[in-house]
Design a protein around this ligand. Structure first.
Ligand code: AMP
Ligand code: ZN
Length: 464
């Protein structure tokens, strides 16, 4: 099949031809692990999971290498560790924050039906030269200095953006315009407004590594140049992330990698997903419309979130609404019912053609509705193609019977009855009548309701 992908760098949709079809290589920027991932963060994870599955289908499961990093060194992490673990040495607090957050992230995305990437390197393992000789940040920075692309100033190492003639090509910015119109004040030690940090000094409490430039820590961008080179080499096939990463993050990754390796490209295709907003507004904590993946998974099955995400083409903005989630759930109820436990052993060419057209999942869903109707009319081939397509996209993770049972459990629970039982249990606990509070908890459990007690009070969910 032909696969065409849109490349942000060249601004066109081209036929994808891997550099080496026995080893197709993709890198996607992963999470900074300091807090629960929000539903916007789930978008690149799901979108590139679909691409990963498609590449595995086309080139073979063992011929695709997908790397998604974990950013576990970042000033946001330091701040969170100082806030949550005061009195603990900062590095210990940092480890606690990153470990817990990383585990949450892995659990969340597994529930969204995403396959684990081939490699999930952590930034902190790639700061210093490694025993296995894989690329690392300090060696890359040294190379950049040697080749005249970076300089030391004010205790930092900075990338000299004027040393690269086509710096700014990804974002489509002209460097001179940017320099002239730069609104950001130029730090005294920077030679040019766009120059960015490769290495900065750390105070005694901050996380730091001994380097030729003193004890310090890397800038954000250099980690992806190091980890992609470590697993995928100097030039690879696809690099992805959300469109907010185009500038400065990906622009700077390109600058670092190309200048360090002396290549004309870092990746042959640059792919960016559009942004997610909630009920027509930018998602933000202050607007009260900020949702973590975890909160949504308490109410909706992972496949409902996944389908809601894939209804929109990945480059378009998504408006995330409760109405959309409800529709997706109804659709999946119907699809599970129609697909039943079909063998799913017939490939569906129209689905492949739509996916091959720059991952047009919106169109795939139209094809699926057509197949569903044929299958419902008794066409067994259509039913098999339908089930095959759903599995290719990462659906039908449950049996039809389990799906129906989960739906039933959700439908049967009377929320006001649950709340009055919870209130009675809270009262029993306040009166230290633990026999009664346990009895109520068991009664709720029999209804399929699981309680979660916290300082803020008791919340509940239907066991899935
Ligand atoms: P961060 O942890 O902020 O670096 O983000 C991790 C990934 O999520 C990046 O690829 C971002 O581009 C992406 N991302 C963050 N917010 C959104 C959003 N609202 N919609 C879509 N993607 C997002
Ligand atoms: Zn990155």
């Amino acid at each position: 099949m032909e696969l065409r992908l849109y490349d942000t760098l060249t601004r066109d949709k081209r036929v994808f031809t891997p550099i080496d079809k026995s080893r197709v290589r993709m890198y996607v920027c992963g999470p900074t692990v300091y807090d629960f991932a929000h539903i916007g963060n789930a978008r690149p994870v799901i979108v590139f999971d679909v691409l990963y599955r498609l590449l595995r289908y086309v080139y073979g499961d063992s011929h695709v290498v997908y790397v998604r990093n974990i950013t576990d060194v970042d000033d946001k992490i330091n701040a969170r560790a100082a806030r949550d673990f005061p009195g603990m040495p900062l590095n210990d607090g940092i480890r606690k924050v990153t470990k817990k957050t990383e585990r949450q992230f892995q659990d969340d995305v597994t529930e969204l039906g995403c396959l684990p990437p081939t490699e999930q390197p952590r930034a902190t393992d790639f700061v210093l030269p490694r025993a296995d000789g894989k690329a690392d940040m300090v060696t890359l920075i040294k190379k950049l200095i040697e080749r005249g692309h970076a300089y030391e100033a004010g205790g930092e190492v900075l990338f000299d953006t004027t040393s690269m003639p086509d710096y700014g090509a990804l974002a489509g910015r002209n460097l001179d315009e940017q320099q002239a119109g730069a609104r950001v004040a130029v730090d005294a030690h920077k030679k040019h407004a766009n120059d960015f940090v490769l290495w900065k000094q750390s105070s005694a409490e901050e996380p730091g590594w001994e380097s030729p430039w003193g004890r310090g820590r890397p800038g954000w961008h250099i980690e992806c140049s190091a980890m992609s080179a470590a697993y995928l080499g100097d030039v690879f096939d696809i690099h992805g992330g959300g469109l907010d990463l185009i500038f400065p993050h990906h622009e700077n990754e390109i600058a670092q990698s190309r200048c360090a390796h002396g290549t004309h490209a870092m990746a042959n295709f640059w792919m960016h997903n559009g942004f997610l907003q909630v009920e027509g507004e930018k998602m933000s904590k202050s607007l009260g419309n900020f949702f973590t993946i975890r909160e949504l998974l308490d109410k909706w099955p992972g496949e409902v979130l996944r389908l809601t995400m894939l209804k929109t083409h990945y480059r378009q903005p998504i408006d995330w609404t409760v109405k959309g989630l409800e529709e997706s759930w109804k659709t999946l109820d119907d699809w599970y019912w129609v697909a039943g436990d079909a063998a799913g052993d017939r490939i569906c060419k129209p689905v492949l053609a739509s996916l091959g057209d720059d991952l047009n999942t919106h169109q795939v869903i139209t094809v699926l509705h057509g197949l569903r109707n044929k299958a419902q009319g008794g066409d067994e081939n259509a039913r098999n193609e339908f089930a095959w397509s759903l599995r290719l996209l990462g659906f039908l993770g449950k049996s039809a019977a389990d799906w129906a049972a989960q739906r039933q459990a959700n439908a049967d629970v009377d929320a006001s009855k649950v709340q009055s039982l919870i209130d009675a249990r809270t009262a029993a606990r306040a009166a230290k009548d633990f026999a009664e509070s346990d009895r109520i908890r068991d009664e709720l459990a029999a209804m399929g309701v699981v309680l979660k007690d916290s300082k803020e009070g008791t919340t509940w969910e239907v066991a899935r």
